[in-house]
Design a protein around this ligand. Structure first.
Ligand code: NDP
Length: 448
């Protein structure tokens, strides 16, 4: 990677040296540092006062053993992580991911991204992330409960409603949050908003489940309108069929689009008549089955094993909502060839740097994850507010807040890009706008 600033280039080299074999973390840091070149040129104190060096080093990394017993009496030992990356503007906030691919580098990349995303929401929340290499897939409820209880038995020492407030991510939905919250409450003997994404009966917020997917479409809608386009009548391809993908599909359809494809880690589905979302919800949210089972009820739909080719389906708008680096240079070129005019990232870092470059060079509108998927964490912060007030807002009130936050976020990213000579580059604008608030707070604290 060649960053057009001698200092930032050197810093990037040090990050690679000090964090070996963590390519996702290097990728995330490189992407942010590249867009901060004009900022540090205008404000060299960010370098001389040590802000840049501190920014790339987590405040704290917690790594622990998670032993648990399965239903057959066999003992398993997983690894748990919590990276408390930056608390300059508020308590650490960010989800927990349970997936076999989780290791320290993945959690660091996600925690780093979270700093800027949380800052962009305009709410007082710092950046953190956590998780485990535990795979909940195929495990019984009892096994998932035992794992979650063991995980929280260690994690509870380091979190709290004013310190660090985790939430869900891949593999951590309402079931897991329930088990984690129950164990925290038992260990601490207190009922506080220490986790978000909670069930409605014990402190959750209405619209939190929908927030990331809906927020993604609110953000994309602002971007499309500014370019004289819209969701109405558009053909949309969405990867994934988890929390983000399902509610992105719901909102895109409400905006008048036709979603023709979705996927899971096994393969993708094409339904030219438009995806039957009620059926997807039933399969994925209720029955925890595979997306391939969709064709049993909708024989005219097609299922293809493997995920990569989903991007060769001709579409107007693509919403990658599954996982990191799922859309590479070839996929971007296939999208461009298929007439795609907008890509909005629902997952974290789903597009490789090569893909982003190809899309931007071809004039495809591009909404970066840090900004476009910030609706989830923003609504988590609204859940924290409601918990502190011991009060609940209606679905409509939360949704209104979410819409306003996503609109402001779009304007801020757009304005920052323009101010620093990169008009229309929302990826750079989001990095800059997110960075400035955090960096100025770090400057104010001195060397800490
Ligand atoms: P879920 O676990 O609910 O869903 C993940 C989806 O992606 C599933 O359909 C899963 O398929 C698929 N998937 C996972 N890994 C892969 C892979 N390696 N290749 C292809 N498909 C894969 O997670 P979420 O919807 O919550 O999260 C999706 C993305 O959005 C993640 O990047 C997450 O960090 C990001 N995000 C989530 C937020 C939230 O509020 N939930 C907030 C902001 C960002 P399968 O069922 O087969 O595993």
């Amino acid at each position: 990677m060649n960053i057009r600033s001698e200092y930032l280039n050197g810093l990037m080299e040090r990050v690679i040296q000090r964090n070996p074999a963590e390519p996702e973390f290097h990728q995330a840091v490189g992407e942010v540092l590249s867009s901060l070149v004009p900022v540090v040129e205008a404000r060299p104190e960010y370098i001389t006062e040590g802000v840049m060096d501190c920014l790339v080093e987590p405040e704290r990394i917690i790594k622990f053993r998670v032993p648990w017993e399965d239903e057959k009496g066999q003992i398993h030992v997983n690894r748990g992580f919590r990276v408390q990356f930056n608390s300059a503007i508020g308590p650490y906030k960010g989800g927990l991911r349970f997936h076999p691919s989780v290791y320290e580098g993945i959690i660091k990349f996600l925690g780093f991204e979270q700093i800027f995303k949380n800052s962009l929401t305009g709410l007082p929340i710092g950046g953190g992330k956590g998780g485990s290499d535990f795979d909940p897939k195929g495990r019984t409820d009892l096994e998932v409960m035992r794992f979650c209880q063991s995980f929280m038995t260690e994690l509870f020492k380091y979190i709290g409603p004013d310190t660090d407030v985790p939430a869900g991510d891949i593999g951590v939905g309402s079931r897991e949050i329930g088990y984690l919250f129950g164990q925290y409450k038992r260990l601490r003997n207190e009922f506080t908003g220490v986790l978000t994404g909670k069930g409605l009966s014990y402190g959750g917020s209405l619209a939190r489940t929908e927030a990331t997917g809906y927020g993604l479409c609110y953000f994309a809608d602002c971007m499309l309108r500014d370019a004289g386009r819209g969701f109405e009548g558009a053909r949309v391809v969405i990867s994934g069929s988890g929390n983000v993908a399902i509610y992105a599909c719901e909102k895109a359809a409400q905006f008048g689009a036709k979603v023709v494809a979705m996927s899971d880690s096994g393969g993708y589905l094409y339904d030219g008549d438009g995806i039957d979302l009620a059926l997807v919800k039933q399969l994925k949210e209720v029955q925890r089955r595979r997306i391939s089972d969709y064709v049993e009820s909708r024989p005219r739909a097609e299922y293809h094993a493997g995920c990569r080719d989903i991007w060769s389906i001709p579409c107007d708008i693509a919403l990658p909502c599954a996982t990191q680096n799922e859309l590479d240079g070839n996929a971007a070129r296939a999208l461009i060839a298929g007439g795609c005019f907008a890509v909005a990232e629902g997952a974290n870092m789903p597009c490789t740097p090569e893909a982003v470059e190809a899309l931007q060079a071809a004039g495809v509108l591009f909404a970066p994850a840090k900004a476009a998927n910030a609706g989830g964490v923003a609504t988590s912060a609204l859940e924290m507010s409601q918990n502190s007030m011991r009060f609940y807002w209606s679905f409509e009130e939360v949704d209104e807040h979410l819409k306003r936050i996503m609109t402001d976020l779009y304007r801020n990213a757009s304005r920052a890009a323009e101010q620093y000579g990169m008009a229309g580059n929302l990826a750079a604008g989001a990095n800059i706008a997110g960075f400035l608030k955090v960096a100025d707070s770090m400057l104010a604290y001195g060397v800490v």
